[in-house]
Design a protein around this ligand. Structure first.
Ligand code: CA
Length: 226
């Protein structure tokens, strides 16, 4: 559950969004103008801000910029025109994502979920150096060097374990075979790309249904899905 600040001067639209987010288990705050938005953001430290471009007084771009100056809070910008998108996403403003009006509440919810998931993954990656990792039914405890799937311990070789840990610490990120070879087998290793492939095949098999998390990225290498 997250705290989400909705900044939208059209009251009816703001309420619709609020209800939708609350239905998804979040708590939502409303601001109908930019000044109130900045005040509420400072007071309540939201996990995400949904921000309309067209606002009375301070416009959405200015609000976005000021929020950005203070915190890395993810910002989903609402805009009425496609040709504004470049400015929204540009470094100039620093929004993380956008939706053009009109949009469906379902689409909005999907974006919000995706953004919150990314934040959670980054937070997890920050803590991941030694702390345990849980991805679905896959559990890794780096301190104990222990891997479990559905609560049962899985025996892995040293290289299989290191490969899994590297991928799992960065869910969603693609790694090239060359990178994996360098980081797990070392620069001097002469086995070549096939080494990575055969290890991935064995790892997938040992992890059972959780092995499907390891995706092949064509022409690149591998990625562990969040
Ligand atoms: Ca508006």
């Amino acid at each position: 559950m997250a705290t989400i600040l909705i900044v939208e001067d059209e009251h009816e639209m703001a309420l619709l969004i609020k209800r939708q987010l609350e239905g998804d288990g979040h708590s939502a705050l409303l601001a109908h103008d930019g000044h109130t938005a900045l005040l509420l953001a400072a007071q309540s430290q939201p996990d995400l801000v949904i921000l309309d471009w067209m606002l009375p007084g301070l416009d959405g771009l200015t609000v976005c910029r000021r929020l950005r100056d203070r915190s890395p809070v993810p910002i989903l910008m609402l805009t009425a025109r496609v040709d504004e998108v470049d400015r929204v996403l540009g470094l100039e403003v620093g929004a993380d994502d956008y939706l053009t009006k009109p949009f469906s509440l379902r689409e909005l919810l999907a974006r919000v979920r995706a953004m919150l998931r990314r934040v959670e993954l980054l937070r997890r990656a920050d803590q991941a150096d030694e702390g345990p990792l849980q991805l679905g039914a896959l559990f890794i405890d780096p301190l104990a060097r222990r891997v479990e799937v559905h609560g049962s311990e899985i025996e892995l070789t040293v290289k299989e374990y290191e490969l899994l840990l590297l991928l799992a610490r960065h869910p969603g990120r693609s790694f090239s075979r060359a990178y994996l070879l360098d980081h797990i087998w070392g620069h001097d290793y002469e086995g070549g790309d096939r080494t990575v492939d055969t290890h991935v095949v064995r790892l997938r098999k040992k992890l059972g249904d959780e092995g499907e998390r390891i995706s092949t990225v064509w022409g690149v290498g591998y990625r562990l899905e969040a």
